[in-house]
Design a binder for this molecule. Structure first.
Ligand SMILES: NC(=O)c1ccc[n+]([C@@H]2O[C@H](COP(=O)([O-])OP(=O)(O)OC[C@H]3O[C@@H](n4cnc5c(N)ncnc54)[C@H](O)[C@@H]3O)[C@@H](O)[C@H]2O)c1
Ligand SMILES: [Zn+2]
Length: 379
């Protein structure tokens, strides 16, 4: 598929705007704009004339589908990084900064990050450190990045096997979400995005959780891709995330709820990257939510039956519910102990109590954690 086939042909439709201004330190015009065909109308959404130079950061897959015509139209220089989580490292940030420097980017330059969570996290971090901070816009093109990664201002990279251990909180000037870009996303990547969507429902909104499971039928995914109301889904998820982040931008309290599934999930993701079958971030988060709910039930925190509901939902949206491979619970536990959310060597858990409600800063016995991971490995 080339960019001509996938470029939206119909007139752009903007369906929602979410104002991020309540966040501290956010440029007053900071917005999440959601719609279909917005890339074709980008210059009407972002005031490009303020900027001395424009750069687009992308990865190789996204470049082929969505970036070329946009870059030509708005006169942006393109910086390309290879696709893949193994490239979410400091050397990529150095490469991006070097490209910015060679392209004579100054404090009034704009970086536009077009791609999935990899490009958004890398580009957001590079923009936060280049000349101590330049403006950037997130243009997420995967479902996972549209519903979660692009909103909230977390940027960063991995170090060794520890996810996102180096990073910064830095809010973008705007998040421009064009749901038409989902038309070129492979099925596996599309399904992975549903992990974060289910997470939003599980921690705050049972009605949203049920709506998603009813609407997205993985067996008919090709027809469903056309009929599914992506704009409504992205808007509901972004609203949930923006509301939480507006209360607690730097994760001192309620924002920790968004880490549900990520303590075990990040460890599974990192371990799998050393194996022959790496998990996608969303797949690891789905497995993490299931294991953490086994854990919450055993610790008496979640209502009995919640894990079974989550397992059915993950299956319904096309996500794995069994951890394949030989990873030992010990190697997973040692990564959980290195998690950046821990305080004074104590693992702090965000767990659901039932569908639509969750708690944070929970402590549980390590034996229960090991038992929950072992349950994931049973077929
Ligand atoms: N900052 C945050 O708050 C936050 C939240 C959640 C996840 N993340 C991070 O996001 C990353 C995962 O993001 P992801 O799932 O988007 O993965 P990704 O960025 O690696 O993208 C997945 C794949 O899809 C390709 N792609 C992107 N858009 C496409 C399109 N429209 N059509 C075809 N192919 C396309 C990419 O090239 C890549 O191969 C992880 O590193 C995770 O830690 C960050
Ligand atoms: Zn995530």
């Amino acid at each position: 598929m080339n960019s001509n086939e996938t470029q939206p042909s119909s007139a752009p439709i903007e369906t929602a705007r979410i104002d991020l201004a309540p966040l501290s330190g956010v440029p007053s015009q900071s917005l999440v704009v959601i719609g279909s065909g917005l890339l074709g109308n980008f210059e009407a959404i972002v005031a490009l004339e303020k900027y001395s130079t424009r750069f687009i950061l992308t990865d190789q897959n996204t470049y082929a589908h969505w970036v070329k015509p946009l870059a030509e139209r708005i006169g942006a220089s393109v910086i390309q990084v290879p696709s893949g989580e193994q490239h979410k490292v400091l050397s990529s940030v150095e490469y991006i900064c070097r490209c910015l420097m060679q392209g004579r980017a100054d404090r009034r330059s704009l970086l536009i990050n077009v791609g999935g969570g990899l490009v958004g996290d890398l580009g957001g971090f590079a923009a936060s450190v280049y000349m101590r901070g330049i403006d950037f816009v997130q243009v997420p093109t995967t479902l996972l990045a549209q519903v979660d990664a692009s909103v909230g201002g977390k940027t960063g990279v991995n170090l060794e096997s520890v996810k996102n251990i180096i990073g910064a909180f830095q809010q973008p000037l705007a998040v421009v979400i064009d749901v038409a870009t989902l038309s070129s996303l492979p099925k596996r990547e599309l399904c992975a995005g549903f992990a974060e969507i289910l997470k939003h429902g599980l921690i705050t909104d049972e009605g949203y959780f049920n709506w998603v499971v009813e609407q997205w039928v993985v067996e008919q995914w090709q027809a469903n891709r056309e009929s599914f109301d992506w704009a409504q889904c992205v808007e509901r998820s972004c609203h949930i995330k923006a509301r939480i982040v507006a209360i607690d931008e730097k994760e001192a309290g309620v924002r920790k709820l968004l880490n549900f599934g990520h303590t075990i999930g990040h460890a599974l993701e990192a371990v799998s990257h050393k194996s022959a079958s790496p998990l996608l971030h969303g797949e690891a988060v789905g497995l993490g939510m299931l294991a953490e709910t086994f854990l919450a039930e055993r610790a008496g925190i979640a209502e009995t039956g919640t894990a079974a509901t989550i397992k059915r939902a993950l299956t319904a949206v096309g996500l794995p519910v069994v951890l394949e491979g030989e990873a030992s619970p010990d190697s997973i536990m040692s990564l959980i102990r290195a998690d950046k959310k821990n305080v004074a060597n104590k693992v702090m858990w965000s767990l659901v109590t039932k569908v639509g409600s969750a708690v944070f800063d929970q402590q549980v016995d390590d034996e229960l954690v090991v038992e929950s991971i072992l349950r994931l490995q049973r077929t």
